[in-house]
Design a protein. Structure first.
Length: 486
């Protein structure tokens, strides 16, 4: 049986301009500079240089949540409305955006031009490979993961080659090229099918010595014991002293278990963190500034304004009307982009100043134990902006301080109450946890239960499972895997 029902919903639809502004706010410094360069290429009415019009102050700029999304930016003293009908709306205002307001744009602070695949393939000129062998090696390289491993079976590779590139290749031939070509490429360990093979490849490429021979022997015959750090059993099995084993262990620990990680996301890893904010302490006062780097000041190109004025003096032909429409679109887009950049700057500084003010004790001292619990909602209330705006501001952005350069979102943490009834940050607890682990006896490291007990003695009532969670967030392994030989 069908029923009819009235239901009221309150929906706030963001205009394309508001969505673009949110994207600008989210961009870190390098990506923002690249975005400006693209705007220069796409809009000739926009150019670098000081805008002679009076610039709005921070007080004059409202948060973008309150901006009228469909408002046309005034084109100064140029009167062009008489040239255009109401139905002739500039296309930049009706441009569709198919990513919703919650869409998160992925950005990277630095990327090299040479890919992992290109780096490996560039070494193949040292091998004498026929056309078919080269195609097989290319296919193998294309199936390596980001760690540099070949995780797929050779049988699957053979089937895929037959279906995708029409090559019917025997598994033995694929394995031969894998062992004698791919696994000879640098960084050594690339093309391995598991961790043991990866480490053995690297040992094979080291100068031969008794230590290297023993290290290879250990990985081949006692790899499981090695992974579990059952060192006494290994020494007993191979009849070697603790001193001899320490030397072998030192050689193995120097190997790279993930050779492909010198590349990030398939790109050669030459990433350099570029801070978006700079914090300075001047006479006991905290000063925040945006890292403008190479971002130029923006202005509307005077030549475009002059061009538009010249059309006012001529006859209003169809050609001139189209020209006026094009110029208006570019002028409106340029004016909007300039205002959006100013709004971005204001929003970023307003948010970062709120964060610094909230964590004033920490930023003045650099002591992580003075960091207060802080979540996005706290800064949203502090600034009067929406939580989603705060999230976009802190996403993928860094701040340079006298104590180092940090990811801004790392300053946010939940809180808990200690035995004195004071609310403390989980960052403070993690710092104490890391200190306890750094001072533990490496021959008998502290278990999670013992760590929880020590934290309770310091006034932090934390369960063992919570200690385990914080330890994992700090990328610290369990006690058994932290054990070292003395």
């Amino acid at each position: 049986m069908l029923k009819q029902r009235l239901q009221q919903k309150l929906q706030h639809k963001l205009s394309p301009q508001q969505i673009q502004l949110m994207k600008l706010i989210q961009l870190p410094t390098l990506a923002f500079e690249e975005h400006i360069d693209r705007e220069f290429e796409e809009n000739p009415a926009l150019e670098p240089g000081h805008n002679e019009e009076s610039e709005p102050t921070n007080e004059d700029i409202a948060p973008f949540d309150e901006c009228e999304g469909d408002q046309i930016i005034d084109t100064s003293d140029i009167n062009i409305d008489e040239y255009l009908g109401d139905d002739e709306v500039p296309d930049y205002k009706t441009r569709m955006n198919h990513q919703g307001a919650d869409w998160q744009e992925q950005t990277f602070s630095a990327i090299s031009t040479e890919s992992f695949f290109d780096h490996l393939r560039g070494q193949l000129h040292t091998f004498q490979l026929g056309e078919e062998d080269l195609a097989i090696v290319d296919f193998i390289l294309g199936n390596l993961d980001d760690d540099g491993y070949l995780r797929r079976s050779l049988e699957n590779l053979s089937d895929d080659m037959a279906f995708t590139v029409g090559l019917h290749v025997d598994v033995n031939k694929i394995e031969h090229l894998l062992l004698h070509v791919v696994q000879k490429l640098y960084p050594y360990g690339v093309g391995a099918r598991n961790l043991r093979e990866c480490l053995l490849i690297q040992l094979e490429n080291k100068p031969l010595s008794s230590v290297i021979v023993l290290a290879k022997h250990l990985l081949i015959e006692a790899f499981d014991l090695f992974l579990k750090k059952h060192y006494e059993k290994i020494q007993e099995r191979f009849q070697i002293s603790a001193e001899e084993f320490r030397v072998i262990l030192h050689q193995i620990e120097r190997l790279n278990p993930k050779p492909g990680k010198i590349y990030e996301g398939g790109q050669f890893s030459t990433e350099q963190v570029i801070p978006d904010f700079v914090l300075r302490i001047v006479e006991g006062q905290l000063e925040i500034s945006l890292n403008t780097r190479n971002a130029p000041e923006l202005r509307v190109a005077p030549s475009y304004a002059d061009m538009l004025r010249s059309y006012q003096e001529g006859a209003r032909t169809s050609h001139q009307k189209n020209a006026v429409l094009f110029i208006k679109q570019k002028l409106d887009a340029a004016k909007w982009f300039i205002d959006a950049v100013k709004q971005r700057e204001h929003t970023l500084l307003l948010t970062m100043n709120a964060i610094v003010d909230y964590q004033r004790a920490y930023f003045l001292s650099g002591d992580e134990q003075k960091m207060h619990p802080m979540v996005l909602k706290d800064i949203a209330i502090y600034t009067g902006m929406d939580i989603s705006t705060i999230s976009r501001v802190v996403s993928s952005k860094y701040i340079e301080t006298p104590y180092g350069t940090f990811l801004i979102k790392d300053f946010f943490s939940e809180g808990m109450t200690n035995e004195e009834g004071e609310e403390v940050s989980t960052i403070e607890i993690k710092k104490i946890l890391a200190d306890l682990i750094s001072k533990e006896g490496k021959k008998s490291p502290l278990s999670d239960e013992k760590l929880a007990l020590l934290l309770r003695k310091k006034g932090y009532s934390i369960a063992r499972r919570t200690v385990a969670k914080y330890r994992e967030q700090l990328h610290i392994p369990v006690a058994r895997l932290r054990r070292h030989l003395q």
